[in-house]
Design a protein. Sequence first.
Length: 78
Amino acid sequence: MQRAAISVPSNISEGFNRYHNKEYKQFLYIALGSCAELETHIEIAWELEYIKNEEKLTILEQIDHESRMLRSLIKKLG
């Protein structure tokens, strides 16, 4: 989970430092994939009873918010 969570901002920052929007968008898509991976890890953690349902819902809401922001940025880049 930590690796997937760290991958999101890492890919955003790495992509931001690229010269072309096409490259930046590719890194944003990778960050979006990491959000999806993190969602899966959260669901599994809940199934295995490592986290409570309230925690799961809170975290999934935060991931959803981040994913929507990434999709919006990708759209704005064209």
